[in-house]
Design a protein around this ligand. Structure first.
Ligand code: PLP
Length: 352
């Protein structure tokens, strides 16, 4: 028997969490009776309308199963095979999608830049675009930003506008990987439109899974011209759900009363609480104050394994440094106190 943590909840990823009640209830409502397939149902229409209302614009919305599909199909719709996508070197599209963006775009190359907090910068974008202008270089076409970043940081509206401006100037489209977009909105307290189309974002992959759904991400095209034939891409990639209502209904459940933002805000607050619990522990060094729903810490040698020996799970070096502790919509105070107590305990006893 593997060791069992004092709680069944973990700090490994927000995708360890189950479904939040709002998502589950909406799925149960959608489960009553029959409904048309392939998105011709009232749930899909309502979810897309709610997203248009949320963003206060007439965007084009699609639902796919996961984030890799959302990102790579969105990027494919913005590029041709000889183009390139510019992103941070730790971006999920570069490091965690098994080449899916390149595959679905038939060869579009992902070009990366370094930078603090997992963020692309106007200077980095300009450098990758202007360093070559010859026919032998894959033509830069898209800049991809992750909000919140893999390092758990958030782009401010001003940072996004600066990216948007340099992108316009250089003829690039802007894609946002928003697997944790809800956490970023909750952290910044600004209008979702100010973090997207008003800052120059052309397409957002809005994550539902890590926010408390079972499955499902929304691909939101603010520039509707870019979504031409997108439905065919989804179908060809195996991303057109025949029982689409079960991807869409949780969005209705989450959006109709603001649960998406409440849960993200709660996860963010728990990251702050965890940071406060860990900071006083001798030898434990948080890398930065949390901005969204993760805490990155350096632990003394042996401590990570020792606390894993008590049943806890979490990743090391996920975005280059430290151990990553991730909170979710359902992370309780007791979970965090139990983790901090176990960490204190192993540091006091087994590590010297
Ligand atoms: C989780 C995540 C995704 C989506 O991953 P899937 O496993 O394909 O759903 C995309 N981007 C980021 C930054 C993520 O953390």
């Amino acid at each position: 028997m593997p060791p069992v943590a004092p709680t069944s909840r973990q700090l490994a990823s927000d995708n360890y969490a189950g479904l939040c009640p709002e998502a589950l209830e909406a799925m149960q409502e959608a489960n009553i009776g029959h409904a048309p397939g392939y998105g011709d149902d009232r749930w899909t229409t309502e979810a897309a309308d709610l997203l248009r209302g949320l963003f206060e614009t007439d965007c084009d919305v699609y639902f796919v199963f996961n984030g890799t599909a959302a990102n790579s199909l969105a990027l494919a719709s913005l590029t041709r095979s000889y183009h390139s996508v510019l992103c941070h070197e730790t971006a999920h599209v570069e490091t965690d999608e098994c080449g899916a963006p390149e595959f679905f775009s038939n060869g579009t190359k992902v070009l990366t830049m370094a930078g603090p907090e997992g963020k692309v910068t106007p200077a980095g974008i300009r450098h990758l675009v202007e360093k070559r202008s010859d026919i032998h270089y894959p033509k830069p076409k898209v800049v991809s930003v992750t909000q919140a970043t893999e390092q758990g940081c958030v782009y401010s509206p001003a940072e996004l506008r600066a990216v948007g401006e340099v992108a316009r100037e250089l003829g690039l489209k802007v894609h946002m990987d928003g697997a944790r977009f809800a956490n970023a909105v909750a952290a910044l307290g600004c209008h979702p439109a100010d973090l997207t189309w008003r800052a120059g974002v052309d397409v957002l992959c809005f994550g539902g899974t890590k926010n408390g759904m079972a499955v499902g991400e929304a691909v939101v095209f603010f520039d509707r011209a870019l979504s031409a034939e997108f439905a065919y891409r989804c179908k060809q990639a195996g991303q057109l759900a025949s029982k689409m209502r079960f991807l869409a209904a949780p969005w209705v459940g989450m959006l109709r009363d603001g649960a998406w933002l409440r849960h993200a805000g709660q996860a963010n607050r728990q990251a702050l609480r965890l940071h406060a619990l860990l900071t006083p522990i001798p030898g434990v060094r948080p890398l930065r104050p949390p901005q969204a729903n993760s805490v990155f810490v350096d632990l003394p040698p042996g401590a990570a394994d020792a606390v894993r020996g008590r049943g806890w799970r979490f990743y090391d070096f996920i975005a280059g440094a430290g151990s990553r502790l991730m909170t979710a919509w359902d992370t309780s105070d007791a979970d965090l106190e139990a983790f901090a107590a176990d960490l204190r305990d192993v540091l006091g006893s087994s590590i010297r």
